[in-house]
Write a protein that binds this ligand. Structure first.
Ligand code: GTP
Ligand code: MG
Length: 137
């Protein structure tokens, strides 16, 4: 069993999809280890997405991720990182498989409804960015 980190992004929270997305996640066998609604500051988003800071869309990404609240969560399941990325689907919803969260809820490559960690190492870093040890169960 291992863990991954996710955020329901501002677009999906604004549109009222939080409950439906959490239901899809738990119905797919993920256990919720930690959960909260919060809003990232510009400094938070610049740090969280530092790996993308040279990309042309970095400004847009930071603007988008800070425009409203997100729902952050730590999830547990066997093969959590890879299985969660399968569940969310391709970054670009036009390429996302049928049945994936992004196919159902994402609007564009930028406003794509959910985040999923891309490695066990980043899952641990991203979980610690949003949650203290006392918030993970
Ligand atoms: P995350 O799970 O959110 O990390 O998505 P990902 O791993 O599928 O994609 P990646 O890490 O490459 O990009 C991170 C995020 O940057 C994406 O989820 C999008 O929100 C945003 N992004 C990526 N490419 C573009 C782009 O071309 N334009 C815009 N506006 N945003 C982009
Ligand atoms: Mg990524």
């Amino acid at each position: 069993t291992n863990r991954t980190f996710t955020m329901i992004k501002p677009d999906a929270v604004e549109d009222g999809h939080t409950g439906a997305i959490l239901e899809k996640i738990t119905a797919s066998g993920f256990r919720i280890v930690a959960l909260k609604k919060t809003q990232m500051t510009t400094a938070d988003a610049e740090e969280f997405y530092a790996i993308h800071k040279e990309r042309p869309f970095f400004g847009e990404l930071v603007e988008f991720m800070t425009r409203g609240p997100i729902v952050a969560a730590v999830l547990e399941k066997e093969n959590a990182v890879a299985d969660f990325r399968t569940l969310i689907g391709s970054t670009n919803p036009a390429e996302a498989a049928e049945g994936t969260i992004r196919k159902q809820f994402a609007k564009s490559v930028g406003e794509n409804a959910v985040h999923g960690s891309d490695s066990d190492e980043n899952a641990a870093i991203e979980s610690a960015f949003h949650f203290s040890g006392r918030e993970m169960f």
